[in-house]
Design a protein around this ligand. Structure first.
Ligand SMILES: [Zn+2]
Length: 427
């Protein structure tokens, strides 16, 4: 569908050294969002904006939040094109933790053999450099494109994803017909992403002396009840839905269990409150409203069961006390699962580009977590495909690294994906 001449024209303008240098320059900018340390995405975003302007792109910088800008880089295609392909990559990185734990300094972009080390090398500054160089190669080659390419260089992907939400609210996504999410998936073409429901159970009892536990009301039995209940919900979901070939099993994981939730914990004090945080990860065909309803039922059931158990035990012991325990549920975030049909033009373009660049048959997969693509898919129904260099378990670890050859290969795949998606007149 794309001539060999066009492919060569584009790939000839993609300089491998430029991809690696741009990735290294981005890694060297500490873009952890940390108001206390005074770091944010601002410097990395400014760097990208200046680089893109030098390439001749139209560049727009918009603050999604103070000191947290999105950069929107546009390459205009031939007039009359109807499609707009978005490449999305984020500028923020997670904390480096203790720098002393790193073999190579986290913000030095040290290259040893084929590996570039540094926070963000893998997730996702390497892929961000790859997408920008792919856009630059297409621009330099001057190939006719029947539509625009939009580079969304967004902030706050690792946090609340306010960057992509701001991008959508300002209307930029309205003209996007498909998106490539540039995240480390080790070359897999990912057409699905797990969803997530995060919730907090707060249990309220009454504080008392550990030597006289019947004078208060311990929240601990309710914590046990909730953990058992989450396990039952998970077992039920696994039985009913089975294992998703790309995303694995659904899960209901209690991650934080705290009593008391704040202030000093003391062995001889029954705390008045406890919290249980749960991280639910979903696969296609799981209804999020049904999950929320299940968690609400669990809260109500827990309160009823613990109350009954307390009354029964107190009757046995001849104790009289108020058995009413509070069990409140708060949904902290709700990100749907996404699935893109493998017949979508953007998926076919990525598959073709992978074959053309690597000579290998593409391998499909799913993203274990949510990405900015989740919002593009859920809010705007944009077909998304997630694709990029870097092993999938490496993000957020110490000594994060990416294979620089795979980065260059990824830049080529991005360029040819755009060429395949926009390179011929729409039918
Ligand atoms: Zn990422």
């Amino acid at each position: 569908m794309v001539s060999a001449d066009l492919i060569d024209r584009v790939l000839d303008r993609l300089d491998p050294a430029e991809v690696i240098e741009l990735a290294a320059a981005l890694v060297r900018i500490n873009s952890v969002f940390d108001p206390e340390a005074g770091t944010s995405e601002q410097e990395a975003a400014g760097f990208v904006a200046r680089w893109a302007e030098r390439q001749g792109f139209a560049v727009l910088v918009e603050e999604a939040a103070p000191r947290r800008p999105n950069v929107i880089v546009t390459h205009e295609g031939s007039p009359g094109g109807k499609r707009t392909l978005m490449f999305e990559g984020h500028t923020d990185v997670v904390t480096a933790g203790d720098p002393a734990a790193w073999t190579h300094p986290p913000f030095a972009a040290t290259i040893v053999g084929r590996r570039m080390y540094g926070r963000g090398a893998n997730d996702t500054k390497g892929n961000l450099a790859a997408m920008l160089c792919a856009m630059a190669a297409l621009r330099r080659a001057g190939v006719p494109l029947y539509g625009d390419i939009l580079g969304g260089v967004l902030c706050d992907e690792e946090g609340a994803m306010t960057g992509v939400q701001d991008f959508i609210r300002r209307g930029h996504a309205d003209r996007v017909s498909a998106a490539v999410i540039c995240e480390p998936q080790d070359g897999l073409i990912c057409t699905s992403q797990k969803g997530a429901v995060r919730a907090r159970f707060t249990i309220t009892g009454r504080m008392c002396h550990g030597a006289m536990p019947l004078s208060g009301l311990n929240p601990a039995p309710a914590v046990a009840e909730i953990i058992r209940g989450l396990q039952a919900l998970e077992e039920e979901a696994c039985r009913r839905l089975g294992r998703d070939p790309d995303l694995n099993w659904p899960s209901f994981t209690p991650t934080v269990i705290q009593a008391p939730p704040e202030g000093p914990a003391q062995l001889n004090v029954v705390p008045s409150r406890a919290v249980v945080l749960v991280d639910v990860r979903t696969i296609p065909r799981q209804s999020h409203p049904a999950i929320v309803a299940g968690l609400e039922r669990l809260a109500a059931e827990t309160r009823r069961r613990v109350r009954e158990a307390t009354l029964a035990r107190d009757a046995e012991l001849g104790v009289s006390r108020d058995p009413e325990l509070g069990v409140d549920l708060e949904i902290l975030s709700d990100r749907p699962c996404t699935q893109t049909d493998r017949g979508e033009p953007v998926v076919r373009a990525a598959a073709w580009a992978t074959r053309a660049v690597t000579g290998r048959e593409p391998v499909y997969g799913g993203v274990p977590g949510a990405t900015d693509g989740t919002f593009l898919s859920a809010w705007k129904r944009i077909p998304i495909v997630t694709l990029g260099a870097g092993l999938r378990e490496i993000p957020h670890q110490v000594d994060e690294w990416v294979d620089v050859d795979q980065l260059v290969e990824t830049a080529r795949i991005y360029a040819l994906t755009a060429l395949a998606y926009l390179g011929s007149p729409p039918p």
